[in-house]
Design a protein around this ligand. Structure first.
Ligand code: PMV
Length: 331
């Protein structure tokens, strides 16, 4: 049976510890945040697939066979439609049913290209909505696996952090072998603030620049990765114990180590230090850096930190989303 309207919602994420080092086999800790991508699928009278992300002023017709997008949008936003295209194609292959005659409306209530995992959230939501539209229920494990595959297909490289959090929600510890993901059960909320610059960081280029620095100074940079690993392991214990001061201090150390890797920028640094000045217990770059976002841990100081960061850039509270992908069916 073809349903009239299916909406799937998937959260974005923020990396708390271990970005970049994770690419070199070290652990990381990340949380899903209550900022979502919503993907709504409705039928069309013709057999086209029309996708639109109205808020981003991007729309286009997707050709699954030719794998092309007929759109006039700017570069990055067109990129977002690639995830939709690839996800729909993945569903077509997975359910053995031709995917056509659809309108796909994408709404994203988080900054795009700021390291908050908007592309993974769109991918996960598109997969879940499209499967359900064709009457199939995918296990979460499969959604996460397919979504990671879509990200790899579009980006060439991607860790499973974003797609895992968009699928399952909550907090995760990604173990050093990058194979096993451990769900962290936090018995309290983390008062986090995200500050983001208007400049996008290019994750691929930044990962490459870290690799170059590592190849140039292996004896210096390998111990930096080892230190980040130590920070992440210690932070895992601090999170489980609810030890606030320690957690904040570990974030600050992690920030310094990211700076040593060369992914810091002046606007990010400014936000990191402003947050601490206004009472954050810890603050650091989150994600790839080079632009993008910072995260600050602000028990009792959320308003003050947000206010201060908003004087220079954009900022918002980042509550942890315990929910992963959710589907709603109408009609
Ligand atoms: O794309 P972002 O900003 O969420 O950061 C990705 C984190 C990295 O460790 C730099 C890369 C990766 O794939 O893990």
């Amino acid at each position: 049976m073809i349903l009239i309207q299916v909406t799937a919602r998937a959260p974005g994420k923020a990396i708390l510890f271990g970005e970049h080092a994770v690419v070199f086999g070290k652990p990381a800790i990340a949380v899903a945040v209550k900022r979502y991508a919503h993907v709504t699928i409705t039928p069309r009278v013709d057999s086209e697939i029309y996708a639109e992300a109205a808020g981003l002023e991007v729309s286009g017709y997707l050709d699954l066979e030719e794998e092309t997008i007929n759109t006039q949008a700017y570069k990055f936003e067109t990129g977002l439609l690639k995830y939709v295209l690839n996800a729909l194609k993945t569903i077509e292959n997975r359910i053995n049913h031709e995917v056509k005659g659809l309108n796909v409306a994408v709404e994203i209530d988080m900054p795009v290209g700021s390291g908050l995992g908007s592309s993974a959230a769109v991918t996960v939501a598109t997969l879940a909505a499209a499967a359900r539209y064709y009457g199939q229920e995918l296990e979460l494990e499969e959604v996460a696996k397919l979504a990671h595959h879509v990200e790899l297909g579009v980006q060439g490289a991607a860790s499973p952090i974003d797609t895992t959090l968009s699928t399952y929600g909550g907090a995760i510890y990604l173990s050093p072998d990058a194979e096993s993901l451990v769900k962290l059960h936090l018995e309290y909320d983390l008062p986090l603030v995200i500050g983001h610059t208007k400049r996008e960081g290019n994750t691929g280029e930044l990962v490459l620049s870290v690799k170059k620095r590592r190849d140039k100074f292996p004896e210096i940079i390998d111990p930096v990765f080892d230190s980040i690993e130590g920070v992440t392991e210690e932070a895992r214990r601090a999170l489980q114990e609810g030890s606030q001061e320690r957690l904040g201090e570990l974030m600050n150390i992690n920030h310094g180590l990211l700076d040593a890797l060369g992914v810091n920028t002046e606007p990010l640094s400014r936000m990191v230090y402003l947050a601490r000045e206004k009472g954050a217990l810890g603050s650091k770059i989150t994600g790839a850096g080079g632009g993008g976002s910072i995260i600050a841990y602000c028990p009792g100081k959320i308003e003050e930190v947000i206010h201060e960061l908003q004087l220079v850039e954009e900022a918002f509270p980042a509550e942890i989303s315990p929910d992963g992908v959710k589907i709603e069916v109408k009609g």
